[in-house]
Design a protein around this ligand. Structure first.
Ligand code: FE
Length: 193
């Protein structure tokens, strides 16, 4: 641990102690939150996507209120920013970025991948999203499809509901969830069979 990290640790400990002293948040709540984040993985978001693909009522709930949709599948959402869900269609492709830092829907996708936090991704996602997706992920979004770049912030987190790929007719939810990757829910890739 270098000197900056040691300072950071001390600052964090002091802030946590103050928050607890003032009754703003308890150490139990902090521990629960840390555990929830550690336990979260893209598999949570994938379960939501798979449910939305097979259940129109759940899909409607998910698009209206991502937080409620996550909670409906038992994913803990207490104390974290609201979750919004962006629907990809044949006409629209959504890409999520945090231009400021690395805001990410951790409750449903786990910790952000390294590239999501990089200055390069954050800048290029805004400047030339189509070029970025083609160059780094071989994801070609046709010119006829509108590419929408959405900023994830400290107040609101976003995930993408990707298009269900063809060739998956009759698949059950577990099998569908198995093909949904984290990048598909950020919009850098699309699910493939
Ligand atoms: Fe951020």
């Amino acid at each position: 641990m270098n000197i900056l990290e040691a300072d950071g640790e001390r600052l964090l400990a002091s802030v946590r102690a103050l928050l607890e002293q003032k009754g703003i948040i308890s150490s139990t709540e902090v521990r629960e939150r840390l555990e929830a984040t550690d336990n979260a993985s893209p598999g949570q978001g994938a379960r939501m996507v798979a449910r939305a693909w097979v259940d129109p009522a759940y899909r409607a709930l998910m698009l209206a209120d991502g937080t409620k949709a996550a909670e409906a599948l038992g994913i803990p959402m207490r104390g974290i920013p609201p979750l919004g869900v962006l629907e990809n269609t044949a006409q629209v492709h959504n890409l999520v970025v945090c231009t400021l830092c690395s805001c990410y829907p951790r409750a449903v996708l786990g910790y952000p991948p390294f590239w999501y936090k990089s200055a390069s991704f954050r800048a290029r996602a805004v400047r030339d999203p189509r070029g970025l997706l083609a160059a780094e992920w071989k994801t070609v979004v046709p010119e006829a499809v509108r590419l929408v770049v959405v900023d994830s912030t400290a107040d609101y987190r976003w995930m993408v509901l990707p298009v269900r790929p063809s060739g998956t007719d009759g698949w059950d939810e577990a099998r569908l969830a198995g093909i949904v990757r984290e990048g598909d829910m950020i919009g850098v890739t699309v699910p493939v069979v």
